[in-house]
Design a protein around this ligand. Structure first.
Ligand code: ZN
Length: 222
């Protein structure tokens, strides 16, 4: 059974309780009992894409196909209650849902808009460089994954002042962390554990061995 994770758009300025990043106002956060606000990167939700409310069929299908999803809520001062803004879902799940809704012209338009916005955010040259640096230490990484990992890292670091420097020097540690996160989300039951309400640390501990095994596999030469 899937329990809905909740992401809040803050009203007042907040700071991430884990990485300490100043998130400012209108930041997207999760709330964790002992740490307060967590940024989406620390909450391991930053690989999800936002689908605004408005298209019930698309939302329903995207949620169904996404192992991990989160409801995005914002406090309405006027109505004095949290209002649903949309859903965070896996990019692949949204694509699949869109395919199923393709008859709908409006969806096609929105999809083009989203792809255009994504291209603007991504620095193509940087992505290619990062992808090459992923491939080098992990020659057995399945074809095409290095681009997915690089795109995600680029999106994550873009617009984050404190992180851009670390990303740009393409350090081995940054690459290793990006690869580890990708393996955790795609090659293990991590997202499924989070979706079922498992604590992040507990879920990480459960998949740790599996992550190490895949990482070692990817690192092996021919
Ligand atoms: Zn953080």
């Amino acid at each position: 059974m899937k329990s809905d994770l909740k992401v809040f758009i803050t009203v007042t300025a907040s700071t991430c309780g884990e990485c300490g990043e100043e998130l400012g106002r209108k930041a997207w956060i999760t709330l964790v009992e002992d740490k307060g606000a967590l940024c989406l990167a620390c909450a391991d939700l930053d690989h999800l894409v936002f689908l605004p409310s408005g298209d019930a069929a698309l939302t329903r299908r995207a949620r169904k196909h996404s192992v991990l999803s989160a409801v995005v809520l914002r406090w309405s001062r006027a109505r004095k209650r949290y209002e649903r803004q949309g859903l965070l879902v896996e990019a692949g799940a949204l694509e699949q849902a869109e395919q199923e809704c393709l008859a709908d012209e409006e969806v096609r338009v929105r999809r083009r808009e989203r792809q255009a916005a994504r291209r603007v955010e991504l620095d193509e040259q940087y992505v290619q460089q990062f992808a090459e640096r992923v491939r080098a230490p992990y020659p057995n990484c399945p074809p095409g994954r290095e681009e997915i990992i690089a795109e995600h890292a680029c999106l994550k670091y873009s617009g984050r002042v404190g992180r851009s420097a670390a990303a740009r020097d393409l350090g081995e540690q940054a690459i290793r962390l990006a690869v580890l996160a990708h393996i955790r989300h795609t090659e293990t039951s991590y997202d499924r554990l989070l979706a079922s309400g498992c604590e992040r640390w507990e879920a990480r501990a459960q998949v740790e061995g599996e992550v190490s095994r895949v990482l070692a596999q990817w690192a092996e030469g021919e």
